[in-house]
Design a protein around this ligand. Structure first.
Ligand SMILES: Nc1ncnc2c1ncn2[C@@H]1O[C@H](COP(=O)(O)OP(=O)(O)OP(=O)(O)O)[C@@H](O)[C@H]1O
Ligand SMILES: [Mg+2]
Length: 375
């Protein structure tokens, strides 16, 4: 995880633009277009890919992290698993489909996972790291200090916003925040910063927050029921539907056969290119929520390839199959409108006591979410 803070904020253009080169080598897989945090393909040596079949591929980190994560998923999704505690964890994780490797690099292993965002038309996505400690029991003193320096409030707050993107229907674009936005949030600005994930530029989606609270409560209940695992530097991935109207099947299936076209893969901090940028997306929170976070590391994303609408002026024309045709979307009030899943298990350790650090984070997250609704 140490390399992440040094990463730049744009994907390597050559990789995205070379369908005859790297993409072919990757058997039609492309860098995950809607990744909001973590190691990114083309920036870091390892990263997350999108398989043409709609799953995501997480490249194994160097040992021991990668092997630890692989063993964890293998244990939880083992066919012969009979441990009720472990079995009841499954609904809170992306489905694990085993390991994957491309034919040209059979030794480069990937974890093949359900894409939690796949069924959404305009997925709003947030990655929150949970727990009082971002380092595991085997971390060196240097590693501990490095992690503490990144966010000294972690011990107290128990979670850290690593990245998000929010769809703004009124402007038809995404607003993104990166890990530096998350690290800029203090105790007084936390609720406001988190609220930005639920604010579409015009209104705050309180019902979506309520649904997220319910899902987080379920995860907390799981933690209260178990003593055998401790999770360090693990995340919760929040997803909700950002589209408000009816959309086509193609739009809903946001990961269908897309190869990143040129200049569509930029994320936070890219040079201003869209009309949304000039309009200053993201500055429309009500006064009570305005104090969340600094402005650095936040910007409207350029258009993504995963069925999302572009913001760039030069790409005004509609893509094939994008016009409304009375499709179906989850209602804001229904359970299926949101997903909250645990991801990132490179630092999961066996234990014999409850994971107090993670539970502290969940409880504080729940009270912060409730505060946002009340404000
Ligand atoms: N199953 C998934 N479905 C959809 N998106 C995912 C999934 N897994 C990961 N992502 C995206 O990729 C990002 C990074 O994932 P993850 O935290 O697993 O990797 P990482 O932080 O690079 O890993 P590590 O900490 O092991 O180095 C997430 O923030 C999310 O945007
Ligand atoms: Mg991560």
């Amino acid at each position: 995880m140490s390399e992440k803070s040094e990463e730049t904020n744009s994907l390597a253009p050559e990789r995205d633009r070379a369908p005859d080169g790297d993409e072919r080598r990757l058997n039609g897989c492309v860098p995950l277009s809607h990744q909001v945090a973590g190691h990114k393909y083309g920036i870091n040596k390892v990263g997350i890919l999108q398989h043409p079949d709609g799953t995501v591929l997480k490249q194994l980190q160097p040992p021991p992290r990668g092997t630890r994560e692989m063993h964890f998923y293998t244990q939880v999704f083992a066919r012969d698993c009979s441990d009720p505690q472990v079995l009841s964890l499954r609904p809170h994780l992306p489905v694990f489909y085993g390991t994957w490797a491309s034919s040209d690099s059979p030794n480069e292993l990937y974890l093949k996972l359900e894409d939690v965002t796949r069924r959404f038309s305009r997925p709003c996505i947030m990655d929150l790291k949970v727990g009082r400690r971002s380092y595991d029991p085997l971390a060196s003193p240097e590693k501990r200090q490095q992690q503490i320096r990144k966010y000294p409030l972690m011990e107290e707050i128990g979670f850290l916003l690593l990245g998000m993107r929010v769809y703004q229907p009124s402007r038809d674009c995404y607003v993104c925040h990166d890990q530096f936005f998350g690290r800029s949030l203090g105790k007084d600005t936390l609720a406001g910063g988190l609220a930005q994930f639920f604010h579409d530029g015009v209104k705050l989606h309180k019902q979506t927050i309520r649904l997220c609270i319910r899902k987080v409560q379920n995860i907390l209940r799981w933690f209260e029921s178990q003593k055998q695992l401790h999770f360090y530097a693990s995340s919760l991935l929040f997803v909700y539907e950002g589209a408000s109207g009816a959309h086509t099947e193609a739009e809903q299936n946001n990961n269908h056969h897309h190869h990143l076209p040129p200049q569509e893969s930029s994320h936070e901090g890219s040079p201003a290119k869209s009309s949304c940028r000039r309009g200053g997306c993201g500055g429309d929170l009500p006064d009570s929520l305005q104090n969340g976070g600094q402005t650095h590391g936040s910007a409207p994303c350029l258009r993504q390839s995963n069925g999302n609408v572009e913001c760039e002026e030069e790409e005004e024309e509609e893509e094939e199959g994008e016009e409304d045709s009375g499709g179906w979307l989850e209602e804001e009030g229904s359970e299926g409108h949101v997903e909250v899943r645990m991801i990132d298990f490179a630092h999961v350790f066996p234990s014999e006591s409850p994971d107090e650090g993670y539970m502290h984070g969940l409880k504080n997250l729940l009270s912060t979410l409730r505060k946002i609704i009340q404000d």
